[in-house]
Design a binder for this molecule. Structure first.
Ligand SMILES: Cc1cc2nc3c(=O)[nH]c(=O)nc-3n(C[C@H](O)[C@H](O)[C@H](O)COP(=O)(O)O)c2cc1C
Length: 375
């Protein structure tokens, strides 16, 4: 039997991933002053124990203004970096590569945690010690009625955000991460620059696609200049805005091609988030974007979005539609997805995907099951 692609290694620059299962960034809204806690260690650590090749820390604000909510993780000071280093160390010590997504929320910042309603922070939040903050965007257009009106960024603001990305990248390196992903999706700052829905600028950072790509590409260039050449750089995009007059996949292919020329290795193909209306969902609904970007920009891609079972994941990879599979919700449901995929695709679970203490116990399970089967 040929070995499934899902379980085969992939080398990107100086990093070899042991299989193609990646844990997608997932905000936990549970940091304190941007500092990760034991919650994050356990949340992320269980995916390393479950055999994933690469585990991403959630959207991490490069500056305080770049958070979605007061509970977001940040990387604008050394205390935040030290706490993240503990997570990177744990992931790597337990067989997974450690990734971190660097983000700026733009006009979707200064909001409550989703379980507190998600809308704009207000006076009541100030009383709880969580004051609203001024948000930034390419143009002064709010995301929705219940979101803050952002300030249109000046060139000086843009220089500050570039500096914040540079410093956060250095801290990610110092903290020991293997992979950085730049968040240019889901209606956050870099996606806002890319999309004609949010970018109405009349200077060199707006207008046609070349103008709208300029600032996101400056961020890519800045991060790549700091991030070691031996380490992979991922870029998450929203391949489509799903509305007339918004971003379309051809724009995204052009953006991916330009990002590749600047040293991006993998494009993580998501979609939507720049309007309040969600897309129509079905299993693998974003896979066609990963396929189109892979073919159109000749770059490795990561497919994500309702990839629910190992057969579906394997078919995506074997069909040449993507190079990696990212999981968010299905991994919350099954942190051992990679181990279960090995059982499903090869007929026997590969407990070697788990770190030694877990493998040892799982091997004893297999032994007992064999014993029972013999009668
Ligand atoms: C709880 C939760 C938090 C998320 N946080 C992030 C995030 O920090 N950054 C990001 O790019 N996407 C985030 N996403 C989107 C996921 O990474 C993923 O793209 C999306 O859920 C679709 O994949 P799935 O069907 O495997 O869940 C989040 C999704 C969930 C469910």
């Amino acid at each position: 039997m040929t070995s499934p692609t899902l379980l085969s290694p992939l080398t990107v620059r100086g990093l070899t991933l042991k299989n193609r299962v990646v844990i997608s960034p997932m905000c936990q809204y549970s940091a304190i002053d941007g500092v990760v806690t034991d919650w994050h260690l356990v949340h992320l650590g269980r995916f390393a124990i479950g055999g994933a090749a690469l585990v991403f820390v959630e959207a991490t604000g490069v500056e305080a203004r770049g958070r979605i909510s007061p509970g977001d993780v940040g990387l604008w000071n050394d205390e935040q970096a030290r706490a993240l280093a503990r997570i990177a160390d744990f992931l790597k010590a337990n067989g997974a590569a450690a990734g971190i997504q660097l983000a700026h929320a733009g006009r979707k910042g200064s909001t409550r945690r989703p379980w507190d309603g998600g809308a704009e922070l207000a006076a009541g939040d100030l009383a709880k010690g969580e004051p609203p903050w001024e948000t930034l965007a390419p143009s002064a257009i709010p995301f929705a009625d219940n979101y803050p009106r952002p300030r249109a960024m000046s060139l000086a603001d843009m220089a500050e955000v570039i500096l914040a990305f540079r410093q956060a990248t250095q801290r990610a390196e110092d903290a020991g991460f293997d992979v950085v992903e730049i968040h240019a999706a889901h209606g956050y700052l870099l996606h806002e620059f890319l999309s004609p829905l949010a970018n109405h600028r009349t200077d060199q950072y707006g207008g046609d696609l070349a103008g709208r790509m300029r600032f996101p590409l400056e961020v890519v260039e800045t991060v790549r200049a700091i991030w070691p050449t031996s380490k992979p750089l991922f870029l998450r995009v929203s391949a489509s805005d799903y509305v007339d007059g918004g971003l379309i996949v051809d724009d995204t292919i052009a953006f991916a091609g330009a990002a590749k020329a600047l040293g991006v290795d993998v494009v993580d193909c998501s979609s939507g988030g720049n309007t309040p209306t969600p897309p129509t969902l079905y299993p693998g609904y974003q896979v066609p974007y990963a396929q189109a970007v892979r073919a159109g920009a000749d770059i490795a891609t990561m497919a994500v979005g309702l990839i629910l079972d190992p057969r579906q994941a394997e078919d995506i990879l074997a069909g040449g539609k993507a190079d990696l599979i990212a999981l968010a919700r299905p991994a919350l449901d099954d942190p051992n997805f990679a181990i279960h995929a090995s059982a499903f695709l090869t007929g026997a679970p590969d407990y070697g995907l788990a770190p030694t203490p877990a493998k040892s116990g799982l091997d004893r399970l297999a032994q007992s099951l064999r014993h029972i089967a013999k009668g």
